[in-house]
Design a protein around this ligand. Sequence first.
Ligand code: FMN
Length: 204
Amino acid sequence: MKVLIVYYSMYGHIHRMAAAVEEGAKEVPGVEVVLKRVPETLSEEILGKMGAIEAQKSMAHIPVCTVEELATADAVIFGTPTRFGYMCGQMRQFLDATGGLWQKGALVGMVGSVFASSNTQHGGQESTILSFHITLLHQGFIVVGLPYAFQGQMRMDEITGGSPYGASTIAGGDGSRMPSENELAAARFQGKHVAGIAARLSGK
Ligand SMILES: Cc1cc2nc3c(=O)[nH]c(=O)nc-3n(C[C@H](O)[C@H](O)[C@H](O)COP(=O)(O)O)c2cc1C
């Protein structure tokens, strides 16, 4: 039973959330969890101008995913930062290379789930996750979110990411806020929830 976590992170927020998703998925017995990044599409020069070089270096040890690898998993949990309310271009380019898998129906019946981050509280986390689901549905994924069984999304005592659609984190206007304990708990819950469903479906 293999759960693949595939993400893009420019400044490290989604990278931190991905580690929490991984922790949660690993709680399900018999599950192999593999963490991968999608390929970068921006040049060093552009990344430098965006102030992302140091963060990119800190994630360099995470291997880069190939599209073919998607077909080897029982479940895929995707992580993306918001770009104008939608997934980032790096993730879009990766998904746009999955046409061959679509032709073969290679991802049909697989469990798919999405987590996200944005700078502002209402800056598009939900639209990013929901619009991502469209691609997953075209590919035949069984889409899984973050049920209210994760009670942390009900809290009103602090600002927090997380919705029924998936875990998310708010990076703050200047990107300096890292995922809170509640947001990390949501990510762990989602990882465990997806892995548990995939294990039940696969009957392994
Ligand atoms: C081109 C661009 C567009 C962005 N659009 C949004 C947006 O619509 N709403 C928002 O809150 N944050 C937006 N952001 C901020 C990113 O979502 C934020 O940097 C990211 O979630 C941080 O996660 P990361 O460190 O994993 O990359 C944008 C950033 C860039 C570079």
